[in-house]
Design a protein around this ligand. Sequence first.
Ligand SMILES: Nc1ncnc2c1ncn2[C@@H]1O[C@H](COP(=O)(O)OP(=O)(O)OP(=O)(O)O)[C@@H](O)[C@H]1O
Ligand SMILES: [Mg+2]
Length: 892
Amino acid sequence: MDEKARSLLLQNRAALAKDIRTAYIMDHMIGDEVITPQEEEKVKSQATHIDRAQRLIDVLLGKDNRAYVSFYNALLHEGYKDLAALLKGATSIDVTGSIKAAVNGITSFVKTALCEGGVPQRPVVFVTRKHLVQNIHDCLYSLSNDPGWVTVYGMAGCGKSVLAAEALRDHQILNDCFPGGVHWVSIGKQDKAGLLMKLQNLCTRLDQDCKYSQRPPLNIEEARDRLRMLLNRLFPRSLLILDDVWDPWVLKAFDVQGRVLITSRDKSVTDAVSGMKHFVHVDSELEHKKGLEILSLYVDKGLEELPEEAHQIIEESKGSPLVVSLIGALLREFPNRWAFYLKQLQRKQFKRIRKSSSYDYEALDEAMSMSVDRLKDDLKEFYNDLSVIEKDVKVPTQVLCILWDMESEDVEDILQEFVNKSLLLYCDRNGRSFLYYLHDLQLDFLTERNRDQLPALHAKLVSQHQKYYSCELPTMEQEDCAYWYHYLAYHMAQANMHQDLRSLLFSLDWLKSKMRLYGPAHLIHEFVRYRDILDKQDSKTREDFQEFLSVNGHLLGQDSHINLIQLGLSQPDDSMVYKQSILQAKEELQHGALYVNWINKQCMKNLASLAVRPHSEAVYHACFSHDRQKIASCGADKTLQVFKSETGENLLQIEAHEDEVLCCAFSADDRFIATCSGDKKVKIWNALTGKLIREYSEHSEQVTCCQFTNGNSPCLLATCSYDCTLKMQLWDIDRKYCLNTLFGHSDCVNHCRFSPDDKYLASCSMDGILLIWEVSSANEYKSIDVAQSFQSKNESQFLLKCCSWANDCSRIMVTARNCLYIFDVESSDLVSELEACHQSITILYCDFCTSNQIVAMALSHYVVQLWNIDSNTKNSRIQCTFKLGSLCSIFQ
Ligand SMILES: Nc1ncnc2c1ncn2[C@@H]1O[C@H](COP(=O)(O)OP(=O)(O)OP(=O)(O)O)[C@@H](O)[C@H]1O
Ligand SMILES: [Mg+2]
């Protein structure tokens, strides 16, 4: 250790020994690996706190400079600013960087794990909230062996995200509970397309070497399966952090039996998912003392040296850590302005910006306004430019380099100024690149303040993009690539650059690249979102493109060999897609390319005999009535719809449940329809009138499937649920309760089916087991451990999704991921096994044809396949044209 450092320690030994509490200090030092647990034990074994402190100083004197720095940082962390000041004079301590040094007081293991996981950096000035961090740690420890959810909840801006990140900045917890690492995803308010984009980014991040798939998942269902596989195989025992979750439905996409930490303003967000749940409440106000600590760190003064105004500033800030930080940053520059800033805060000139933001700190607007007004003019302009960022989006430096036409170092310097003033937040990707973002409330403030200039600011970003890229398209290697593909159209729309938006979305090159990188869902979403703008001149062009994407998007998303122009040439001659394709084809022809133009388009038969689009969101299930006259369908829009199979005429449209409707089924006599839902309920409807006849609330988790018997026995209804049980209901109008509850599965039950003769009921579950029950006794007849039979494969293969009986009841098939297995019911032997597609794709539904030989499968990449089981050959392959994946198929 430095002579100077040593002598400072010796000089101040008495003062240090008198005051410090060694336990917390040593936590930091152990984390920094500068003292060993044995040394800690020795210190702890001393009788009094003075003795313990003396002992620690003795240990320290035998160490190097690193230990001295760690001790110094620990003092700062634990609020012993005065004592830390006594040690500041040592040459080994960079005095100016004292705050930074404290920030870096974490082990390199932690640093790497957090950077790789995209965990945001601490705010420049940071105070520990030990008690809350400890509460989060306690919950996280209970995830070390079992999957589950920890929800950190509290009011807007009360410090949840900062706390969640802080809880991870801990060597021991990462080492003990999450050796697989951590993965941070900012969620925010999302729609389906936005969520899919987040999932795609996460999957790409987790599978950087494209080990499991060359392309991102095309829909949320597929993304969830991909995520499950990636977490299981590449990152076992890792923690997923979902920051700022608003809607419970979002969590279903992450319901993959993993370990999840959530921050949310709403305690009940996890209601719709299954598994162990833990909660940590963050008080809406930062304690008074902590607020003072933030100020004292900013102005570099002891707590007792702070003027009276400091207390009042905290009062005015209503305990908002963000407001206190903004004022603190101002005071750092102008230390004599306590009274002035207090007066400003009290002015209450600004009303709350947006009542809907549920933000209750009136002082925020004052504080933001003061901070922004104090910026130098050029910086103010740069800061205003950030108003165009969409909420919950982290922007890579490169985007801002393009916006400001500057080198990345200059851009980072500017942004660091904002970070220092608590006006901006950032994540560090291992020093390779930085991502910047604004807190929701800062963005609300900025957009409100610059309301009139917003179109111009968006236009500036778009024109800078056009200047930089001219005719080129961003490619995957560029760190700003994803940003442009996802937000360029948004900026154009906000800038009122309608013509540019049309040119962009109607450009085959743009479509091709975006589709290849991110699939069709987001593009289709943009066509819907900007429909009014795109339709201004005529609606046909948009319709042509949208139709083309809906029908062919999945092809372009999955196979890089498929040529978009050739595909465009197959469109009707009056389609704008065809017209553009033929122009491009002619041009490329001159450079030696070869294209085939269709001459017999009129003779082409459309495979689909009827297309109906009754639902406003994803369709989860559809089935024929037994007389084949009707089709019932249900889905994410919570409705049940019934229409004529011949004409598509809508017969019933029922707001059926309070959550997504997951399955529906006709009774054998077609008089009733059953539905079940994420709201845990099962309902029975009159199939003619749509009247609700009965409602059952006996399941304790979402109900995934409902099936009636086939008419060979008294009418029974079976339902299965994520609560691991099946219920069998003797269906009769007067019966209000279930007949039998079938216990046997140890994990969520996905699907159930009565055998065609109604003697048995089969059920399959995430526990990898196919159970067959005897209907008359409700006893277990047979258990086929599909997972056990294939131990060589990874366990995630065997989350059994769907089962179906052969018509003669002799065989039963079950699907798991991309594989299908057929068992002989009598002997339980495996009869056939086939891998239907690439492992990144999932079989969502399967069904036997009545001939027993042909099997239909609906796959997650919008494809329906027919297989001849006896020969294991694919009979034909129907490219399904639904936009949101075909989730089920039923033979009739
Ligand atoms: N412990 C802390 N020390 C210093 N500043 C803090 C602390 N916690 C929060 N802050 C400040 O308050 C701001 C808001 O905190 P944070 O983003 O964690 O709030 P939140 O509760 O997640 O808000 P939201 O509900 O909007 O997601 C931070 O950007 C930071 O400036
Ligand atoms: Mg937050």
